[in-house]
Design a protein around this ligand. Structure first.
Ligand code: BGC
Length: 346
């Protein structure tokens, strides 16, 4: 009996005892001649600040753990992302980590990787409709719940909160999960007449300029009489706040966000944005490096959760998140070393 089989049996026994699930990689590693495993990282985009941090931390953690990394970014283009994955497969990576632009479109990439015997870890965003090996993300429904809970706590007494909602990219499964979390909190309040949604739209590709256009369109339609913008991330919050600034409304309207981007933390310190959700990128990047390396070495991975991707229950690891306001900036992002106090409060 070889070591791999033994490990699987030990882990399966563990799964019976604890109810955990096991994710396994494909067949043999891409190049058994290589001294260090090679991990391919295929990214949707590097335009937003967070993804640059993800790339840097993931690369560092993977290299420190004894593997090499090849990074490709697709500039929000599905055809390019598929070509990137094909190129990584040709370079015989031992495992693939994919941050999909379009979760459905990238199922083809997973199929191609599997045909080449390469296991795939879906990073932050889910790849749907395929036999994905492993999914690592934050609790995305909870992100939406934290954003909406923040607004629910600000409903005027004896009044209602008038709201504009800006969702993320329709192609991103996360955008739907954030909305689902927001709906969990808001729907009962809407039914009770405590919240009124005056305008809502999806920001294509999560672009700040699209969020700005949505806010402009909302103001054209409903005028300045609204209380809050439920922006689904900091990029779209930034676009919305630009539109508010042009109308002299910045600081008067409560705006949410997500990612603890530096610009967003600065806006929170200055008072033009009210909150963000901090998702520790250090945690996801380090964990991804550890898991990718296990997949590359064809070692079994124990994952506590599963997420259904339309085809299978994907073994999943879900990481925790934190709501951040002006009062808690220092105790959260600064204390965690994610942001420097001097930069945030410059
Ligand atoms: C991520 C967010 C990010 C958004 C836009 C989502 O899938 O979870 O952190 O702000 O994509 O890139």
């Amino acid at each position: 009996m070889n070591v791999r089989v033994l490990l699987v049996i030990v882990s399966c026994a563990l799964s019976v005892v604890t109810g955990l699930v096991i994710a396994r990689g494909g067949s043999t590693a891409g190049s058994s001649m290589r001294q260090r495993p090679l991990i391919g990282l295929s990214m949707d985009t590097l335009k937003e600040e967070r993804w640059q941090i993800d790339r840097d931390l993931f690369t560092k953690a993977t290299q420190n753990a004894g593997a090499d990394v090849l990074v490709q970014s697709a500039n929000s283009n599905d055809t390019v992302q598929l070509q990137n994955v094909e190129s990584l497969i040709t370079q015989k990576v031992d495992a693939l980590v994919i941050i999909p632009h379009d979760g459905a479109a990238m199922s083809k990439a997973v199929d191609l990787a599997h045909q080449a015997g390469i296991p795939v870890l879906s990073y932050d965003r889910l790849i749907t409709g395929c036999d994905l090996d492993l999914y690592l993300t934050f609790d995305n429904v909870k992100v939406g719940e934290l954003q909406a809970r923040f607004l629910a706590d600000r409903i005027p007494q004896d009044g209602k909160l008038r709201l504009i909602r800006i969702y993320g990219a329709k192609t991103d499964n996360n955008a739907r999960l954030f909305k689902q979390g927001q709906d969990n909190i808001l729907n009962p309040l809407i039914a009770a007449g405590k919240v009124e949604v005056l305008f809502e739209d999806w920001a294509e590709d999560w672009k700040p300029e699209n969020a700005k256009k949505i806010t402009n369109a909302a103001i054209t339609k409903i005028g300045p009489n609204f209380d809050a913008i439920l922006a689904s991330n900091d990029g779209t919050a930034g676009g919305a706040i630009q539109a508010l600034t042009e109308e002299g409304l910045a600081g008067k309207i409560t705006v949410t966000g997500q990612d603890a981007d530096l610009a967003a933390c600065q806006r929170i310190a200055q008072g033009t944005q009210a909150m963000t959700v901090y998702k520790p990128i250090q945690s996801i990047a380090t964990k991804a490096a550890e898991l990718a390396l296990k997949l590359a070495r064809r070692k079994p991975v124990v994952a506590r959760d599963t997420v259904h991707n339309g085809r299978i229950d994907v073994p999943s690891v879900l990481l925790g998140i934190v709501s951040v306001t002006k009062q808690s900036l220092r105790d959260t992002v600064v204390k965690d070393g994610f942001r420097k106090e001097i930069e945030v409060f410059q």
